[in-house]
Design a protein around this ligand. Structure first.
Ligand code: ACO
Length: 324
């Protein structure tokens, strides 16, 4: 089996900063409620850039960092719940933008766990020798599927993109990965697409309003339990103890979820890298943006052990234990 390392990361968020006060002019909310219930202070909201465009910007940064040429990329895997189109895939659009003509390209639908799922798929391709260099991207313009009149959801999310280049290397960077899903809880977080509508459908097709609907309490309970389970599974599989973990990069949904998970794991929240105050929940991009930001800030040093962990619609979950 080949060894897999993360050769470079990159991220991009739109320029437009939206504060809690800004949102209080759209819906009946206030800065104090949002800050105390979620930890979010600002988020970036696209003023027109679509998912493939912000993803391309993150991808180019990761490729530059990894010193990888477009023609050397074997696969582009994009995790998104907010593609530009049903067809073509966002991955194929990015392939065209960056001229990665030798890549096989596809999208992954795993909501906020998408970056971890993409990393897991890329890792398996490289381990088995099927690929040498894989570009993974988590990118979302969640703002286009939010109900901007629903104060319980529109305050939570932001737009953004993150990318990483994974390649075979001499040192093992990805020590263990774990993913799972529980479709029984799918109704807790939904956004309908289009209904079946063709000349053979008798009744008039139901018209869906494609916006995010969420049972916040159900997600909260699931998230806390599954973060603990995923972290413990990664520790068990890699033979590490929690004390050997230098940093945990969680999905950036809500500070209270991270706090509750930390309590269950009997660790300080200081072990978690948190940037949700600035970006809100950017779904499939959130773990990647935080990982890239922590890298750029010099928070990691060579040899550090880091856990990425997330959960999302589906419901889905997963994590990776990584050596920097
Ligand atoms: N501003 C002011 N008041 C609000 C707002 C708001 N933005 N939103 C809800 N409220 C009100 C409610 O109407 C309710 O009022 P009531 O008591 O008069 O009925 C009150 O605040 C409490 O509402 P709750 O829903 O009980 O608030 P809670 O403490 O559960 O927090 C939240 C809601 C923040 C959504 C929380 O449940 C949560 O974070 N859940 C996790 C969900 C999550 O993180 N989702 C992200 C997507 S999941 C993923 O990443 C895939």
């Amino acid at each position: 089996m080949n060894k897999v390392k993360i050769a470079g990361t990159g991220s991009y968020v739109p320029d437009n900063i939206v504060t809690n006060d800004d949102l209080s002019r759209l819906v009946d909310t206030n800065d104090e409620w949002i800050k105390s219930r979620t930890g979010i202070i600002t988020r970036r909201i696209s003023q027109g850039e679509d998912t493939s465009q912000i993803a391309t910007k993150a991808a180019l940064k990761a490729m530059e960092k990894a010193k990888v040429l477009p023609g050397d990329i074997d696969f582009i895997i994009v995790a998104t719940a907010t593609p530009d189109n049903f067809i073509p895939s966002t991955a194929c659009m990015i392939q065209n933008n960056i001229e990665a003509i030798n890549a096989t390209c596809f999208d992954v639908s795993a909501a906020c766990s998408g970056f971890i799922y993409a990393m897991d798929i890329a890792t398996q391709f490289i381990k088995t020798g099927r690929a040498n260099k894989v570009l993974i991207i988590g990118a979302e313009t969640l703002s286009k599927i939010l109900d901007w009149k629903d104060r319980s959801t529109c305050i939570l999310f932001g737009d953004g993109a993150a990318a990483a280049v994974l390649k075979s290397g001499d040192e093992d960077g990805i020590i263990s990965t774990y993913t799972g899903s529980d479709g029984r809880l799918g109704d807790a977080l939904t956004c309908r697409a289009v209904s079946v509508n063709n000349p053979y459908v008798d009744k008039e097709a139901e018209k869906f309003n494609p916006v995010v609907k969420m049972d916040g309490k159900e997600i909260f309970r699931f998230a806390v339990k599954i973060m603990q389970k995923t972290i413990n599974k990664l520790l068990h599989d890699s033979g590490c103890s929690i004390d050997e973990i230098d940093c945990i990069i969680p999905h950036q949904a809500n500070f209270r979820i991270i706090e509750a998970a930390a309590k269950r794991l009997n660790i300080s929240t200081d072990k978690f890298y948190i940037d949700l105050d600035k970006y809100g929940n950017t779904s499939a991009a959130s773990i990647g943006i935080a990982f890239d930001e922590a890298y750029r800030k010099g928070i990691f040093k060579h040899g550090d052990t880091v856990i990425l962990v997330g959960f999302g619609g589906g419901l889905t979950y997963g994590g990776s234990l990584i050596k920097i």
